[in-house]
Design a protein around this ligand. Structure first.
Ligand code: AMP
Ligand code: ZN
Length: 138
């Protein structure tokens, strides 16, 4: 992918603050961190998002993420972290090369990521059925 920023980073054509690399995955600091130590875990092979990615690649990413997240939490003195993926423009994806966000969290740091609501009567069951039907037809 000639124009992909993350492919360019992986090829060494753009700089990054790399913290981890193996033969399948790299991890580097996000240049606009939600919190200090915000780290991106990126597969070396280009895929646009989680849905078009080979499950083997996802498995490699998660293995690397566990290692990197341990180090990020320890190095930042965090007491937890959020693991996030923005999949699709509607979800806020800006770079269309799959990546996982590791965001270190401190107790009481005030970051509120998931505002929630209540389901109306029957809505939850209807949606669960619709999703299960899609899964059965695969
Ligand atoms: P998103 O596609 O919304 O999941 O997020 C893309 C993330 O990549 C943003 O948090 C950006 O701050 C980050 N980002 C963009 N360009 C770079 C870069 N050259 N090096 C490190 N992080 C980057
Ligand atoms: Zn790419």
């Amino acid at each position: 992918m000639a124009d992909c920023i993350f492919c360019k980073i992986i090829r060494g054509e753009l700089p990054c603050s790399k913290v981890y690399e193996d033969d399948k995955v790299v991890a580097f600091l996000d240049i606009h961190p939600v919190r200090d130590g915000h780290t991106l875990v990126v597969p070396k092979i280009h895929c646009d998002n989680l849905l078009d990615c080979d499950p083997e690649v996802l498995a490699n990413m998660i293995r690397a993420t566990q290692k990197v997240a341990r180090a990020v939490v320890s190095a930042t003195g965090a007491s937890g972290f959020n693991l996030g993926v923005n999949s699709g423009r509607a979800a806020g994806q800006v770079i269309f090369h799959l990546h996982l966000h590791i965001i270190p969290r401190m107790e009481g740091d005030g970051l509120r990521l998931w505002p929630s609501r209540e389901y109306g009567s029957g809505e939850m069951q209807t949606l669960a059925e619709r999703i299960k039907q899609r899964l059965r037809s695969r």
